[in-house]
Write a protein that binds this ligand. Sequence first.
Ligand SMILES: Nc1ncnc2c1ncn2[C@@H]1O[C@H](COP(=O)(O)OP(=O)(O)OP(=O)(O)O)[C@@H](O)[C@H]1O
Ligand SMILES: [Mg+2]
Length: 372
Amino acid sequence: MRIERGTHHAATIARHMARSRQISHARGASFLPSYGAQGAPELQIEPIDPTAGGNILRPTTLAQMVGQEKLKPLLRRIIDVARETESPMDHMLMVGASGTGKTTTAQIVAHELHRRVYQVKAPVSLETFEKLREIMRDGEILIIDEIHQQVSGDRRGATQACDPETFFHVMEDRQLATATGMLPFPAITIIGATTDAGLLPEPFLNRFPIQPRLERYSTKDMAQIVKANAEALGLTLDDGVAPMLGAASRGTPRIANNYVRNVKVLTPGTFVRVDVAREVIEVLNSTTLDGLTLDMQRMLTFLLSSRRENRAGDVVYQASVNTIATALGKSRDTKAIALYVEPWLIEQGWVQVTHGGRQLTEQGITRARALS
Ligand SMILES: Nc1ncnc2c1ncn2[C@@H]1O[C@H](COP(=O)(O)OP(=O)(O)OP(=O)(O)O)[C@@H](O)[C@H]1O
Ligand SMILES: [Mg+2]
């Protein structure tokens, strides 16, 4: 935690920090404008600026970003227009599975815009907006992670969510509705990030003129990410290591990062052999070479054991989500199944959702048999 350019008395700063625990500020090395002594108070809590070295595997420019080949040139143009016209960029909603680069892309956009960036996690309270109103300036960026939690009711331990109308006024009218009336709000750009845009109601969604979806990365992209990570960590990879770690990463850069970090720990020196990569995947993470976690393997083999006849008299391999959760030792925690276990199996075309629960497809039966 670091406080910069301290024109404020320590007690004032401490008060800011206590009131705004939710707010973190991406402190930029060179790209942030500096504020003079009369400027806004700076909240420097848990800085997230990747250029500051906290996460050396996170790309900080569009050029370093692997994959998303359709999205990158469009972002480049949008960023260039906003810079040339010095106008705030349109609000943007980043949608994508966990670890596919929503926060990274949002930070890259802010970085390339050369604008100051703040980051909060939804739900956002009126108090947070009041604070942001004081410290933010026109054209700056506010990243709101897990933005679906503003409306989903999933507000564990969080502050009081302000109502969607307050949000809409900030986004569209640049006004903050407070107890004492409407106050002007800076013309900022909100970049929302969510794993589940389906939880946001239409009026919320259509306030974001830009809504890119981050796709899973191809195995080629994943191998490239592994190589870039290895380089960043000073490792040299034997032939076959990057494709192997890439294939086991389920199209998800964060998983590749974790594997490369594991490999570094287990490698004496800097040359990574294929058998170390295999050990990291299979032994250290109990994952198959094609990326199935233990829970995913269990779900497939459990479904294979749940052979029954459906109403039409066909043999199906099917179970209810509750039963699957219990079988996986998740005490009927169906949310864990929905979030972490089944999406990849469904994406691969191995499992399908039916009114009887979850069912193996033909390819799913083949994959499950190969596991047992
Ligand atoms: N396009 C990319 N190229 C290279 N590395 C990437 C890319 N996208 C993400 N990464 C890496 O993956 C990590 C995880 O990405 P990030 O934190 O942005 O995911 P996220 O979508 O915000 O996940 P969550 O939903 O869990 O918050 C980053 O730290 C970065 O190292
Ligand atoms: Mg994120």
